[in-house]
Ligand binder design. Structure first.
Ligand SMILES: [Zn+2]
Length: 274
């Protein structure tokens, strides 16, 4: 059983592959195939939810990341004791089903729920664009030299993010404006969330209107290959490390809008599109 090869980075939602392993998931079955279009939840940075769909006609209840040690022990999701992509381990997409699986070696059809995937892809692209637009809107608040994003703005998103959740047609990103960010040189004093959101939304509007192409660069077909999201915006090519799925052009997103709420030292950005 080698690491699972994945086709979701290029946007695939169906495939046919050999059943190469079954791992127990409680009283359910975790099916592993040689190659899959299914996007599993990442255990290290669980931003994009698992795909839904069917394997061999059986509903996939959940789709998680599995890691198998050299001794053959398999861990799932949050129980994985090593970093994503650790070389001594095999990295698996585990399709969880409630019915007894066919024998190993059987060829099975894999079908991802297209509408659910499309809504998550739109939400994920909108999430990255909103992060870049937020970096631009907050650029004037940095008092020290900071790491820059690929568009040349201090990377507030990378410096302050604590969690990112992709939902259908949007995302929820939570940022911590605490002491450590202040030490890095960011001032949150007198932050007007309405004004910042307005600036972010104006920029998002021009990026959607530009219908910029979006693609995922993958150095290899393995689940844990270090993939990069790239978008050719009018200001230049943006790039963000990313394990998820995306639309092909920003024009597909329709209207992208954010709202910002500040609660003590926590800034939350809700992004919607469509
Ligand atoms: Zn991403």
């Amino acid at each position: 059983m080698n690491s699972t090869l994945v086709t979701f980075p290029s946007g695939r939602i169906s495939g046919r592959s050999e059943l190469v392993g079954v791992v127990p998931v409680g009283d359910r079955h975790g099916l592993v195939v040689a190659e899959t279009p299914f996007h599993p939840l990442d255990h290290t940075w669980p931003d994009q939810p698992a795909d839904r769909g069917t394997v061999g006609g059986t509903p996939v209840i959940d789709c998680v990341t599995g890691a198998q040690s050299a001794t053959g022990e398999t861990f799932l999701g949050a129980d994985i004791p090593v970093r994503r992509g650790d070389e001594g381990w095999r990295w698996l997409v585990v399709h969880v089903t409630g019915e007894a699986p066919p024998p190993l070696g059987t060829e099975v059809e894999l079908e991802v729920d297209a509408a659910h995937r499309a809504a998550l892809s739109a939400g994920h692209t909108a999430c990255h664009l909103a992060a870049l637009a937020l970096n631009a809107a907050l650029a004037g608040r940095w008092r020290k030299e900071a790491t820059l994003d690929r568009l040349g703005h201090p990377d507030f998103d990378q410096a302050a993010i604590t969690s990112s959740r992709i939902v259908e047609g949007g995302s929820v990103d939570v940022y911590r404006l605490g002491k450590s960010l202040r030490k890095k040189g960011f001032s949150a004093e007198g932050l007007d969330t309405g004004a910042v959101a307005g600036e972010v939304n104006d920029r998002l509007k021009t990026w959607v209107a530009a219908d910029a192409p979006v693609r995922i660069d993958a150095p290899g077909p393995e689940l844990t290959a270090r993939r990069t999201w790239r978008c050719e915006l009018p200001e230049g090519e943006a790039a963000i490390p990313c394990g998820g799925t995306h639309v092909a052009r920003t024009g597909e997103l329709g209207r992208v809008q954010v709202s910002l709420t500040l609660d003590e030292a926590t800034l939350t950005m809700h992004t919607t599109c469509g």
